[in-house]
Design a protein around this ligand. Structure first.
Ligand SMILES: Nc1nc2c(ncn2[C@@H]2O[C@H](COP(=O)(O)OP(=O)(O)OP(=O)(O)O)[C@@H](O)[C@H]2O)c(=O)[nH]1
Ligand SMILES: [Mg+2]
Length: 323
């Protein structure tokens, strides 16, 4: 997971340490006291010339790892501000630079969290079902993620029904049924070709009648450029007024996810993101960039094809995987 980005960051740290450690500090313009202090404490100062070439290289490396352009240049700028002029012990340069990188990445990813389970509990207390709409491009992992979320909610004592509102793709209804059985959740579907909004309407009515806590709406995969399908989503949003709209995108799609989130957000408003297939994403750029570039928090990572393969997002977890 995220190995490419991890390697790039670690080689940046190594190169800086090498450069700083190898270069003897010039003994100019230092007072005798400062010189003595720095000799005694074995301290060096990181100079702009030590880092500027390496920061340029790092920026390119970040772009290669699918980090969004504004994020890559933001990271470069922040690192420069923090590193240049820093006094560190000669044998602790790697540790210090690593610390600065971690702090910078944590800042980039933001602290905003969306507590899906907490939100669901709050809504349920009001007596109405909590409705979550899952949207995204074809094959991104919507149906699988819905099953994982149903499993998670059930584990928290929240009952669910799945609205199989993909009445478009062949076998989508059967696939939702299979997941429904596996997770032990009822699936309300519709005829192929029927209006997906009516499927959701029926599922919400079912939940209200049976006292089911949450409705998880599976929608057909669509590209933001498909006008008809986007209009259909707009209608569903207007009629159903879901409590939460989650964009499900593949980590491996890199920068494309960011553009898609922005486009879906314009049409119906996106509250947060599930980033799937993080387990097979070597680059890591999307995970690092989404919040900075779209202001939408990541709720979970999909880390496999089984029900438990859902990892709650935390910036610390991402930074831990990268440094
Ligand atoms: N490795 C891995 N595979 C995943 C993950 N999430 C989903 N998949 C796989 O991705 C494929 C597509 O998943 P679906 O859940 O059917 O995707 P979808 O978005 O519902 O697809 P459409 O309904 O056709 O748009 C399946 O083979 C899943 O097993 C994940 O987190 N990691
Ligand atoms: Mg699906």
């Amino acid at each position: 997971m995220f190995n490419l980005l991890k390697d790039k960051l670690s080689s940046f740290v190594k190169s800086i340490s090498k450069k700083v450690e190898e270069q003897p500090q010039k003994e100019v313009k230092l007072s005798l006291e400062t010189k003595v202090k720095s000799i005694l404490s074995n301290e060096v100062e990181i100079k702009e010339k030590d880092v500027s070439g390496l920061l340029d290289e790092l920026e390119l490396s970040l772009l290669e790892a699918d980090v969004a352009y504004d994020v890559a240049s933001g990271v470069k700028k922040k690192l420069k501000e923090k590193l240049v002029g820093m006094h560190v012990k000669k044998d602790e340069v790697s540790r210090a630079v690593n610390g600065v990188i971690r702090e910078t990445l944590l800042g980039i990813m933001g602290k905003e969290k969306l507590d899906l389970v907490g939100m669901a509990k709050q809504k349920i207390d009001s007596g109405a079902p909590f409705v979550i709409l899952f949207i995204g491009p074809n094959g991104s992992g919507k149906t699988t993620s819905i099953a994982k979320i149903a499993h998670l909610l059930k584990g928290n004592g929240i009952s669910c029904v799945i609205a199989a509102a993909d009445t478009w793709r062949a076998a989508s209804q059967e696939q939702a049924e299979v997941w429904g059985k596996r997770v032990g959740v009822k699936v309300i579907g519709g005829q192929y070709g029927s209006d997906p909004t009516s499927v959701v309407w029926n599922a919400v009515a079912h939940a209200k009648a049976k006292g089911i806590n949450a409705v998880l709406v599976d929608t057909a995969g669509r590209q933001e450029t498909s006008r008809n399908l986007m209009r259909e989503l707009e209608k569903m949003n207007r009629v159903i007024k879901p409590d939460l709209k989650i964009y499900v995108g593949e980590a491996i799609a890199g920068n494309a996810v960011i553009e898609q989130v922005k486009e879906f957000d314009k049409v119906i408003g996106v509250d947060g993101v599930i980033l799937t297939k993080a387990d097979v994403d070597e680059k890591g750029g999307a995970a690092l960039s989404i919040y900075y570039s779209t202001s939408k928090p990541i709720l979970y990572f999909g880390v496999g094809q089984e029900l438990d393969d859902l990892k709650e997002f935390s910036a610390e977890f991402v930074v831990e995987s990268l440094t």
